[in-house]
Design a protein around this ligand. Structure first.
Ligand SMILES: Cc1cc2nc3c(=O)[nH]c(=O)nc-3n(C[C@H](O)[C@H](O)[C@H](O)COP(=O)(O)O)c2cc1C
Length: 189
């Protein structure tokens, strides 16, 4: 077979080929208790037992130092209604700004960790730091999920999201985002 008709992608842009990525808002706080939010497209589950989630954060982010300081964070799931706030938390730094206030998001006490949850999000995974790994120009923080809960009306009986109610945000790249069509497919076998 002759070579496929392809377009070459610069290596620094190759990450875009694994997007769109499910985008989350991670809340964290320093020892002084002042909370911050960081938008992350690079987040994924890595273990069921124990339940672990990994987030990849560049060392220059303020949130990187906060998570190193306290070892706690919350992975909050925003929906498309929060697109502007989600983008905002991904372009300004909490070093000099109060992102909760400026993005119009509400901090609410978490159950088992000090950083607050983001009330407007539909689901929350409270995490305690399990491990961290340097990876090129980012650090992978692995969090052990110590509490997890979601808005009642956003989950179906199977425990999966109801996609009509919870229209999650997916990051394509730059300032481009998508959400899922609320349609479920099942493989034949
Ligand atoms: C949609 C989107 C996704 C992002 N994903 C990541 C990511 O996965 N890892 C990361 O380190 N930064 C990511 N960023 C950049 C940070 O969110 C951004 O630098 C933020 O302002 C850092 O805030 P902080 O300095 O308050 O921690 C993303 C930004 C946007 C808009």
């Amino acid at each position: 077979m002759r070579e496929k008709n392809v377009v070459n992608v610069g290596l620094s842009n190759s990450v875009r080929l694994v997007h769109p990525m499910h985008t989350v808002l991670v809340s964290c706080a320093g020892k002084d208790g002042k909370p911050n939010i960081i938008t992350l497209a690079w987040a994924m589950p890595t273990s069921i037992s124990p339940p672990l989630v990994a987030v990849s954060i560049a060392p220059r982010r303020y949130s990187h130092s906060l998570i190193e300081e306290t070892g706690e964070f919350v992975v909050n799931i925003p929906t498309i209604e929060l697109l502007d706030a989600t983008f905002y938390c991904g372009i300004v730094s909490g070093r000099s700004r109060d992102k909760f206030k400026e993005a119009g998001l509400t901090p609410m006490p978490a159950r088992k960790v000090k950083p607050p949850i983001i009330a407007e999000c539909v689901a929350h995974l409270e995490c305690k730091l399990y491990g961290k790994f340097p990876t090129g120009d980012h650090t992978i923080f692995v969090g052990e999920v110590v509490e997890a809960y979601a808005n009642k009306d956003c989950l179906s009986e199977t425990g999966s999201y109801n996609l009509e109610k919870a229209r999650m945000i997916f990051h394509l790249g730059g300032d481009l985002f998508a959400t899922l069509e609320p349609k479920i497919y099942k493989p034949k076998t």
